[in-house]
Design a protein around this ligand. Structure first.
Ligand code: GTP
Ligand code: MG
Length: 487
């Protein structure tokens, strides 16, 4: 076999298909595919010789059958393309081609023609004529190609196609191979650009999410911290922390209190002497608080106040903060001052003598209480009048619930006491209801917030009437007032 023939065979890739061509196979110019005339069945009668020009009948018949064969193949290709099937269909095409060759005993077009025609017909039947023209143009070369194919067995190539034709043939072969090769390929994955916000799908999904994230971040950064978050951010000083730990302030387990040497059988166990061998409660260290607590006056209006002949210490604060309970805890005389879990229990200013030289005053609470608004307002006015005008009032213990901290009404009273230059001291109550760290935080918070107050007496006292924590310390502070107070 000559070199050129070999080259043509390379172009055809499947020389076997071309090999089956009969000797008298001629490709025609201007022939129309039979399906344009409504015949897609491959009937012999379908090929109407009269409509083909420049060919004799015999040839026409052969051409028709060829065309029919080509169309048959085209149809197969169409189906192949529609089903998007791969090499399987290509095999079918080849087998059909072979079938046609075997069955008819006639020439079948070479693979390149078949695929070319298939490609053309699959999109536009008009392309068939163009393809036929191409076929005609390449007539001679294809003749030789076919002849080459035949020459595989017997003959050698007579003349070679021009280089231009070879290129064209190569191109067509490429296109054909592309058509054939593209089918088995998997669908191309569409890669979405995450930064392309013009993409609707991105807008619906990732892009919006990112926007939301950014907005959320901005809001988080710019939004003011919640009160709770601010409170959690407080770093108590080491001195406050150690005070809290030393006095077992805050919520503690019974075992912890027992290990510290306190008798948990007693009420307010921490208000005792640790590791005492005495099974009973030790005596109160401050003499003044050993006195009997005696109720001696109650006032709902200022005119009912008793004569101010002894120093007084008053206990003010919101309703239910633990004022009455603290009086009992300080004197260890439970039941003398009535307490209740119902806010607003104390409805008048109650005066209690502790011995002959000292008086403790239980004030009605302000803020939320189970009472009518006008009644509560009357209590509040009474309390304000008492703390701002009372002669003999040496100190106001302003009780704040450790859990809730200071409220606007507390600040109102502070402002009033500041104006009236009444000495006041903050007492944090119910410390047993929160964690030790929160006791320290609250103390720190209040100390810092009231730093500039002139009438405020430091330090902030931390107590629990229930556990007895901090009661002894408060007693020490108050007994000094009672001892040195003069009218
Ligand atoms: N856990 C705990 N509960 C307490 C403490 N002190 C008081 N209580 C409870 O709090 C509730 C209210 O106590 P009170 O002493 O009546 O409070 P108050 O401030 O006098 O209330 P008003 O008279 O209504 O203004 C009662 O149920 C007490 O048992 C404490 O230190 N710890
Ligand atoms: Mg009370």
């Amino acid at each position: 076999m000559s070199e050129k023939a070999g080259f043509n065979l390379k172009l055809n890739k499947k020389p076997k298909i071309a090999m089956g061509k009969p000797k008298n196979y001629i490709n025609r110019e201007g022939t129309k595919p039979s399906f344009e005339k409504g015949g897609a069945t491959g009937r012999k009668s379908n090929s109407n010789g009269r409509k083909f020009k420049g060919t004799d009948d015999g040839r026409r018949k052969r051409v028709d059958s060829d065309q029919l064969m080509s169309f048959k193949i085209d149809k197969n290709l169409e189906a192949t393309q529609r089903k998007a099937s791969s090499g399987k269909h290509l095999k079918m095409v080849s087998s059909d081609l072979n079938k046609g060759r075997k069955g008819n005993g006639k020439a079948s077009p070479p693979l390149e023609n078949v695929t070319n025609t298939g490609k053309a017909t699959s999109r536009n039947p008009k392309n068939v004529s163009r393809s036929a023209k191409e076929v005609a143009e390449n007539d001679s070369s294809k003749k030789h190609v076919n002849a080459n194919a035949r020459a595989n067995s017997t003959k050698r190539l007579d003349h070679l196609p021009s280089p231009r034709k070879i290129v064209r043939a190569k191109k067509s072969l490429k296109l054909d191979s592309e058509v054939v090769d593209e089918k088995p390929k998997k669908k191309k994955r569409i890669r979405l650009d995450p930064y392309d916000t013009s993409n609707k799908r991105l807008d619906d999904g990732t892009a919006i999410d990112e926007c939301k994230k950014d907005k959320k971040k901005d809001l988080e950064e710019n939004a003011p911290m919640s009160k709770n978050a601010q409170f959690r951010g407080i770093q108590p000083s080491p001195s406050i922390l150690s005070f809290v730990e030393d006095n077992l302030l805050g919520r503690r387990r019974t075992i912890e209190i027992q290990r510290a040497g306190y008798n948990t059988e007693l009420s307010a166990p921490l208000d005792n002497i640790p590791f005492s061998t005495n099974p009973e409660r030790e005596r109160i260290e401050e003499n003044i608080f050993r006195n009997k607590l005696e109720f001696f006056a109650a006032a709902k209006v200022s005119s009912s106040f008793p004569a101010p002949d002894i120093p007084e210490i008053a206990f003010a604060g919101r309703s239910n903060v633990g004022k009455s309970s603290l009086l009992n805890a300080l004197t260890r005389q439970w039941g003398v001052v009535r307490t209740s879990d119902k806010p607003g229990h104390t409805q008048s200013i109650n005066f209690f003598k502790l011995g002959s030289k000292f008086c403790m005053v239980d004030l009605p609470g302000y803020g939320f209480a189970y009472a009518k608004e006008e009644v509560k307002e009357a209590w509040e006015d009474l309390v304000k009048e008492y703390v701002s005008t009372r002669i003999g009032l040496k100190r106001v213990c302003l009780l704040i619930d450790t859990k809730w901290g200071m409220k606007p009404r507390d600040n109102e009273l502070i402002d009033l006491m500041e104006r009236s230059q009444t000495k006041y001291q903050i007492v944090l109550t119910k410390t047993d209801t929160v964690f030790p760290i929160d006791v320290a935080r609250r103390a720190m918070q209040i100390e810092e917030s009231l730093n500039a107050k002139r009438s405020l007496v430091q330090p902030v006292m931390l107590v629990s009437s229930k556990s007895g924590a901090g009661i002894r310390s408060l007693r020490t502070v108050l007994s000094k007032i009672a001892r040195f107070a003069k009218l």
